[in-house]
Design a protein around this ligand. Sequence first.
Ligand SMILES: *[C@@H]1O[C@H](CO)[C@@H](O)[C@H](O)[C@H]1NC(C)=O
Ligand SMILES: *[C@@H]1O[C@H](CO)[C@@H](O)[C@H](O)[C@H]1NC(C)=O
Ligand SMILES: *[C@@H]1O[C@H](CO)[C@@H](O)[C@H](O)[C@H]1NC(C)=O
Ligand SMILES: *[C@@H]1O[C@H](CO)[C@@H](O)[C@H](O)[C@H]1NC(C)=O
Ligand SMILES: *[C@@H]1O[C@H](CO)[C@@H](O)[C@H](O)[C@H]1NC(C)=O
Length: 443
Amino acid sequence: MRKSISLILISSLFFLISEATITPPSDDPFYDQPSNISDYDNGEVVRSRSVSNELVSFLSLPVDVSVQAVHQYFFRTTDSLGDAAGSVVTLIEPYNSDPSKLLGYQAFYDSANVDCSPSYTLRADYRNLGLTVSGLNVSEDVPFIAAALNLGWWVFTTDYEGLNAEFTVGLQTGHAVLDSTRAVLSAGPSVGLSSDPVYALWGYSGGSLACTWAAELQPSYAPELNYAGVAVGGTTPNISSVLETINNGSDAGLSFSGIYGQSKAFPNLTDWMSTNLVSSKSDQFYNIANQCLAQATTDGDSQDIYSYFENGEDSFYDAVPASIFMWSGQLGLHGTPTAPIFLYKAIGDEISPIADTDYIVSKYCDEGATIEYHRDLVGDHETEAISGSASALAWLADRLNGESVSSGCTTEDVILSSLSVETLVVLGEELFSLLETTLGGLL
Ligand SMILES: *[C@@H]1O[C@H](CO)[C@@H](O)[C@H](O)[C@H]1NC(C)=O
Ligand SMILES: *[C@@H]1O[C@H](CO)[C@@H](O)[C@H](O)[C@H]1NC(C)=O
Ligand SMILES: *[C@@H]1O[C@H](CO)[C@@H](O)[C@H](O)[C@H]1NC(C)=O
Ligand SMILES: *[C@@H]1O[C@H](CO)[C@@H](O)[C@H](O)[C@H]1NC(C)=O
Ligand SMILES: *[C@@H]1O[C@H](CO)[C@@H](O)[C@H](O)[C@H]1NC(C)=O
């Protein structure tokens, strides 16, 4: 009796200790930006550490995804004003890995709070990584990361919004993805990654925003990088249009974090906010804007974002927000991707109208890009994340296997109301069932 009580005590103490050792980024000195950050080169590693290979985000998956090792790097990047800034990337080595294959999976963490960054939530608080699969405490990003690891690929995932959690800020996020790739390519070999791996990017929704901006900026900002492919789904090429589309609906919470994210990147927008936010609603605005994705979605449900601004919808036509949402929220103005792109999107996407993606695809293609574009005739933003994942993963597997793509663009209307049989092969039975169940719940 006595023995079992002390065992319980010891094990719960151990639990408390192991929980308590994972400090959120806002309190963790690993995330402190050194005063001489501008003395580092873009992509240079400032500090590194290895963390526990037991990632809590994987615990409730129906499949064991214990991994060999998890490394984190604080690296230098460049913010949207062109100033030096730091961020963190997490590099995961699976068991029985193929060190010549590397995937940069960019999570849709969609939050303007740094404590919702994947370098932390993957390890400590899976519920905040992204939207959770209904009925299960698993972020929707996690099965995809798990599938990539189970294929033997090394995976890195970037805190691409940076230390200020600049959600939706195109330049910052694109730079951070590119510089984190540089950091992983230079630091990885000392922990077992090949010195010349084949590498690719993958992201959905907020993760696709980061990957597509990275692809667009790569030729000018990181010309030496050579992604074998970039798979993006649920793309959001035009932030102004997203804002209009989601207002008053179930995803309206994203507007709060998105506007706050942009304001943190641009001082003129911060000033504009201080005079244009309705003062009696300012606290409520920031309460929603500071949440992780799931809570922001709940708290912002059906909110009218325009009612938070002095001149309602017209506020957003003011020179300051209009210039920022264009410069920092519209794809296609900073370059043309040269890496091959696989793009999947539901024509019924309720967060970003399909017309915006049709537009950017045709603009990029006119400028010589290589894009395989799948327009899914069924489903919406939530379902496409899962039903489109099979083709994305299979396409990425081909790229990482070194299969070439024929250059130029193709657009195909597809019907992906469920997962295909090939998905079973790529994902494995357990993850397949998990996603199948989720999809069943959503459709
Ligand atoms: C930045 O400062 C630290 C602490 O003084 C020093 O160790 C480091 O070498 C400096 N880094 C660069 C790139 O100058
Ligand atoms: C998910 O987490 C919540 C809160 O921690 C808990 O109450 C619930 O039982 C968990 N659900 C599952 C299916 O694990
Ligand atoms: C982006 O969306 C806004 C708001 O709907 C629209 O005014 C603008 O023309 C769009 N930009 C492009 C390039 O389509
Ligand atoms: C959004 O909701 C507000 C308040 O409920 C309403 O006044 C407004 O007309 C709605 N806007 C649209 C575009 O439906
Ligand atoms: C706000 O600042 C950004 C970044 O410096 C700049 O590009 C933009 O033109 C400014 N907007 C206005 C209206 O001055």
